[in-house]
Design a binder for this molecule. Structure first.
Ligand SMILES: Cc1cc2nc3c(=O)[nH]c(=O)nc-3n(C[C@H](O)[C@H](O)[C@H](O)COP(=O)(O)OP(=O)(O)OC[C@H]3O[C@@H](n4cnc5c(N)ncnc54)[C@H](O)[C@@H]3O)c2cc1C
Length: 454
């Protein structure tokens, strides 16, 4: 009997999973394996929200495998040691894994390749599992990656996304393979109270309902903070509970302007992955250094983290992050601009805080979006500064988003909620809310001087 191992990483799904598909087809029996790598603790990536979401993903994956006659095998070990142990115990001839772009994923692949070669076992690395289009699949002439999104997107569309694969009907797992218990979601300390539920089932349900309704309003609604009219699929895409390729195909099949705009966002996800694949250093180093000499005021940084800057839209978004482990994209752009340009604090401070809380926290998307906003990344207008009051009046015109997350200001009507400091005397005293941490005009001038544009 031949045995293969399907090593699950950022592809926690049964549908359209090239890793599982190839492992099932290539052997008589397969070990669907997830290794809870103790090394991940050292990367600082093992944050409570993602750990809790992951527990839901693994429980759902195990349930899906059991419905097909199999089960998930979990090991707690260094990932390479865990895989090698399963290979030795089962005599597996091949291991299948998705290609990844983070430094951690690249090192894992290198180490697996070396260790499995020694064990006489073949490693198969599958492309376009995590992304719709594999990094490097399209490149500009003479370069190894695209540094600007629009030309990338043109080539991305022309290249075409691979076809999708059905979930296996049956999964036969060799007898007697030991598994550690599945991790539990409950009992994880520090989890956001409004955290979404992990798993392929929840992700597929969300995708289906998104495609059959809300997606049609995406073009007009995607920036409406109170309307909350984006898909919220990012955690499911990050953990691979959903295949990006399948999401592209299903959206296109539905069609319309909303589908086009949604697919374009999925291409942004691929864009950042292809940047990080070519420039792994960009996870923590400036992609385009601007000679910044960042400020570091502990009080201001703490006010930003806590949602107490005195700028209601910034505070609302930061509190949404704490409460849900997720934040609307318009909020992410604003709070990142506020930290890196208005307060002129290093983007790495913000990216770290996001990684500590975001359920979709992702090396490619988080770090490169932070760099994009900070002007050290791929934005072609690196010095633009978002003004929280103007953004508030534009993207939360009735103040509903602010009132939802900043209850101290719930008594203020309409757009007045974006400028509470304009209240005076007794009216001001009614609201227990901080004064702005910084003057916007002075902060903008400071930033422009620093970047040499003022
Ligand atoms: C400072 C900052 C940090 C961010 N950190 C992350 C992160 O860690 N993980 C993450 O997945 N996204 C990140 N984003 C991108 C974006 O904000 C989220 O993907 C989006 O808000 C998720 O909500 P949604 O699923 O409803 O998105 P939708 O608007 O419904 O978009 C659909 C999908 O497209 C992808 N997408 C959308 N916008 C972007 C973008 N700008 N870059 C890359 N992919 C995109 C996501 O996978 C998303 O789920 C960040 C953006 C900023 C400005």
């Amino acid at each position: 009997m031949t045995v293969s191992v399907a090593l699950f990483t950022s592809d926690l799904r049964l549908h359209d999973n090239p890793v599982l598909h190839a492992a099932v087809r290539g052997a008589d029996a397969v070990v669907p394996l997830f290794v809870r790598d103790d090394g991940i603790h050292r990367t600082g990536f093992d944050a409570p929200n993602r750990r809790a979401f992951l527990a839901g993903c693994l429980a759902d994956l195990d349930a899906g495998l059991r419905r097909r006659g199999g089960r998930l095998v979990v090991r707690e070990a260094d990932v390479v040691a865990g895989v090698c142990a399963v290979v030795a115990e089962t005599g597996a001839e091949s291991v299948h894994v998705a290609a990844g772009v983070s430094g951690y994923a690249v090192r894992r692949e290198e180490r697996l390749r070396a260790a499995l070669a020694e064990a006489g076992c073949t490693l198969h690395v599958h492309d376009a599992v995590v992304t719709a289009l594999a990094p490097g699949r399209v490149v500009p002439a003479g370069r190894d990656h695209f540094a600007v999104f629009t030309p990338y997107f043109r080539r991305w569309e022309a290249a075409g996304v691979r076809g999708t694969l059905a979930a296996p009907r049956t999964v036969r797992v060799p007898d007697g393979v030991e598994s550690a218990p599945l991790p539990e979601r409950t009992g994880t300390a520090g989890v956001s109270p409004g955290l979404a539920e992990g798993g392929e089932t929840a992700g597929r349900t969300l995708l289906t309902s998104w495609l059959h309704g809300p997606m049609d309003g995406y073009v007009t609604g995607h920036d409406d903070l109170a309307g909350d009219a984006t898909s919220r699929l990012s955690p499911y895409l990050h953990f691979g509970c959903l295949s990006a390729a399948e999401a592209v195909h299903r959206a296109r099949k539905k069609g319309g302007a909303g589908a086009d705009a949604f697919v374009r966002q999925l291409a942004w996800r691929d864009f950042h992955h292809q940047v990080l694949a070519a420039r792994p250093d960009a996870s923590w180093a400036d992609y385009r250094p601007r000679g910044d000499r960042w400020r570091s005021d502990a009080g201001e940084i703490e006010a930003w983290r806590a949602g107490l800057t005195g700028y209601p839209l910034v505070d609302a978004a930061m509190r949404q992050l704490t409460h849900e482990g997720w934040m609307h994209n318009r909020g992410r752009m604003l709070v990142a601009s506020f930290l890196t340009k208005t307060l002129y604090v290093d983007w790495r401070v913000g990216a770290r805080h996001f990684l500590d809380l975001l359920v979709d926290g992702d090396m490619a998307n988080n770090q490169l979006n932070w760099q994009w906003v900070a002007g050290t990344g791929t934005d072609t207008r690196p010095n633009r500064v978002l003004n929280p009051v103007i953004q508030g009046k534009r993207f939360d015109p009735h103040g509903a988003y602010v009132r939802r997350w900043v209850p101290e200001l719930a008594g203020l009507d309409g757009a007045a909620v974006h400028e509470p400091w304009k209240l005076t005397g007794r009216a001001r005293a009614r609201f227990d809310y901080p004064e702005p941490v910084v003057d916007l005009g002075e902060a903008r001038a400071r930033f422009e001087r620093a970047r040499g544009t003022g």
